[in-house]
Design a binder for this molecule. Structure first.
Ligand SMILES: Nc1nc2c(ncn2[C@@H]2O[C@H](COP(=O)(O)OP(=O)(O)OP(=O)(O)O)[C@@H](O)[C@H]2O)c(=O)[nH]1
Length: 682
């Protein structure tokens, strides 16, 4: 029997995830919403649609389909919108690919691994960072008693959303789920339930989705589907008999996935006779078409040529193009209730396409949809152009990129060391890293980022309280003495094999963690909950956790309250001059160690120059660490005795290229990597 513990008699769904294992009373998790397959079938026949009216999409590719897609054949009862959710690497994208192949949406063996991982950064890192939607068509034969259903396959329109697994991108997951009525919860048959499986399950559960467990990778020699079934039962109270067993790699069991989606998930709600209401799910910028919005039509119908308005900005637009992602943009001229697709409406700037906004017919007044809960930024960092004259180009690139990644916050700032730049808020360090990589790869922008910081709260002697997102912005007014400081915390969930429990407890206490929960999910795996200061986990916590558990730990966190803390500002000085971009806020007890690590690290990265460089770390006027880089230019040819002239040329070229990425602070050149390496210390 699987259980959640209940905190009080009034059981409120939105709190479920945070209540996991939180207190003492148990209740069964039997309220999971499931579609009634019989009801769905009844409604099909009640509507009296002509089952013969469909194009057979299943075995054609998307190009052939483009000309014969008549969306009016797919009223809500023949639509299923579902997400694939899972822990990192459990096989979401591979499964999505197989389903696209199975439905003829993409060609089998299309030559691209993970079709829906479209970004270069996703292919290089092998992770999904953007949720992607694809529309598929599938003929389904109900095995029921109804004679018509049993004889005739019924055409369904299926919208599949592949979501990221990493904790930094769980906002993407929660947004995707808003457009879905069901979710495939994929679990690796060998690894079993992991931290993000738990987190994603609760995101889906809180959204009232029908959840179908899929135990994937059953082809692996170490696969143990029975153990995973037992975990699904004990942790989530999911019926083990409901679990599908698949191998996205070999194709085993995949034939059961879409029938389960159709029969066990409900169609989208919504009223086709009501005025149009669409939820703006996502957007990106296209050089030729302008902003392309991904939308879910909640009520009514959208047609090319319609005049639509944004509930958030009040601005009106004409619908220039509308269609579905099948899997590329495929114009259909119309989107009906329950359908998910794209709209081009001449929006030119990211400020116009607000994710979570409600779009409606300009002539009608509608109640806006609830939208999404605001993003909570976990880390902030400055983003500066390597070359100051590229500021405008960087501004342009950031504007375009934030159109596709609305979870980044951006404000302009300036630094004495780095000039004009931006302060950006991210959902975590991986998110920050991916943002920088996308800026570089998709927009050719070379940036320097400053030491990331979490949003602290400082109270001054005049009673004012400020949230500090940039250490350099701390008041230097001697009359404003700091009287109290607070730091944000998170509730971390860690799942590990039992033999690593001791090592993980040690790590968490070194990181100032407070244990909240310690239990076992089966005979081999421990489940722990810790309250940890956010700053302790954004810096290298996950890597260390992985290394002390031989890679077996899984980790997830959600934000929690602020707690009082003893914080100080640590300055870095080069030849006596403070480098504002390197300042950090650290816990007083750790300030000296962090200061020492920072200056040692910097010494390794700053090349010897024509003069001596003194690197210091200081708290106020007190220097806590110091290193010296002696004078002299680094000779890259030093180890190149005689030999080939082209090799020497290559080394000098490389040095020249490196210099382009230097930042001059006062008279000292600092390589970009130095800024990057500092992230790992502080
Ligand atoms: N043996 C085996 N390997 C699989 C199977 N499904 C996926 N994989 C492999 O598992 C790895 C991760 O698969 P992905 O589909 O990228 O996993 P994901 O869940 O989408 O990963 P993220 O998007 O980063 O969270 C890849 O190397 C796949 O080839 C399977 O059924 N069997």
């Amino acid at each position: 029997m699987g259980y959640l513990r209940r905190a009080s008699n009034t059981f409120r769904l939105p709190k479920l995830r945070s209540l996991l294992y939180a207190s003492s009373e148990f209740i069964p998790l039997s309220v999971i919403n499931r579609a009634n397959p019989i009801e769905s079938r009844l409604s099909c026949t009640q509507f009296g649609w002509n089952h013969h009216a469909f194009c057979s999409h299943s075995r054609q590719n998307s190009k052939d389909n483009a000309n014969c897609i008549d969306l009016s054949q797919y009223p809500t009862e023949r639509i299923r919108n579902f997400s694939i959710i899972a822990h990192v690497d459990h096989g979401k994208s591979t499964l999505a690919d197989r389903l696209l192949e199975l439905t003829g949406t993409i060609k089998r063996g299309h030559g691209q691994p993970q079709y829906l991982d479209k970004l270069q950064v996703e292919r290089e890192r092998g992770i999904t960072v953007k949720a992607q939607t694809a529309t598929m068509f599938h003929d389904h034969k109900f095995q029921g008693t109804n004679a018509i259903d049993a004889q005739e396959p019924v055409g369904f329109l299926l919208n599949l959303i592949d979501t990221p697994g990493h904790v930094d991108f769980s906002y993407e997951v929660s947004r995707s789920l808003a457009a879905c009525q069901g979710a495939l919860l994929v679990v690796d048959a060998a690894q079993g339930v992991q931290a993000q499986t738990v987190a994603n399950f609760y995101l889906a559960f809180e959204s009232n989705l029908a959840i179908i467990p899929v135990i994937n990778k059953i082809d692996q020699p170490t696969a143990d589907p029975d153990r995973v079934k037992a975990q699904l039962k004990s942790i989530f109270d999911l019926d083990p008999n409901d679990a599908l067993l698949t191998s996205a790699k070999t194709g085993q069991g995949l034939e059961h996935v879409l029938p389960a989606v159709i029969e066990r998930m409900p169609p989208p709600p919504g009223n086709c006779n009501s005025p149009l209401r669409m939820l703006l799910l996502d957007s990106y910028y296209d050089e030729y078409k302008g902003v392309i919005c991904h939308v879910a039509v909640v009520d009514g119908t959208l047609r090319k040529g319609d005049k639509i308005s944004s509930a958030a900005t009040g601005q009106s637009y004409e619908v220039l193009d509308v269609g579905i992602m099948h899997p590329e943009l495929t114009p259909t001229g119309v989107l009906l209730t329950g359908q998910v697709g794209y709209v081009v409406s001449g929006m030119r700037s990211t400020k116009e396409a607000r994710v979570g906004d409600t779009l409606h017919q300009s002539r009608s007044i509608v109640e806006p949809l609830p939208g999404f809960k605001p993003v909570k930024h976990m880390v902030f960092s400055g983003v500066y152009p390597v070359d100051g004259s590229d500021f405008e180009a960087l501004n342009h690139a950031i504007e375009r990129l934030t159109c596709n990644d609305a979870s980044v916050s951006v404000t302009k700032e300036s630094s004495t060391a780095l000039g004009l730049g931006f302060r950006c808020g991210f959902l975590g360090l991986l998110h920050m890293d991916v943002f920088h990589q996308r800026l570089e790869q998709e927009y050719g922008a070379h940036v320097i980022s400053t030491v990331p910081t979490v949003p602290y709260i400082f109270e001054y002697s005049d009673g004012s309280k400020v949230q500090v997102q940039n250490p350099a912005a701390l008041s230097s007014n001697p009359k404003q003495r700091v009287t109290a400081t607070w730091e944000p915390t998170v509730i971390a969930t860690i799942i590990i094999p039992s033999e690593y429990v001791g090592a993980v407890i040690t790590l968490c206490s070194e990181r100032r963690g407070e244990q909240l929960e310690y239990t076992f999910i089966d005979s081999q795996r421990a489940f722990m909950k810790y309250r940890l200061p956010l700053r302790e986990i954004v810096v290298d916590f996950y890597n260390e956790l992985k290394s002390i558990t031989s890679g077996y730990a899984s980790f997830d966190y959600e934000d929690s309250d602020y707690q009082a803390s003893d914080l100080v500002k640590l300055d870095i000085l080069l030849n006596g001059q403070p480098v504002d971009a390197m300042a950090a806020i650290v816990h007083n007890l750790k300030a000296q160690r962090v200061g020492r690590d920072l200056v040692e690290k910097l010494k390794k990265f700053i090349d010897r120059q024509m003069f001596e460089i003194i690197i210091q770390a200081a708290i106020g006027s007190k220097v806590v660490a110091r290193e010296t880089v002696s004078a002299m230019r680094k000779n890259v040819l030093a180890k190149c005795y005689g030999g080939d002239v082209t090799r020497k040329k290559k080394l000098l070229e490389k040095q020249k290229e490196g210099k382009k990425r230097m930042k001059r602070v006062g008279s000292v050149d600092i390589p970009q990597e130095a800024f990057h390496e500092l992230l790992k210390v502080s």
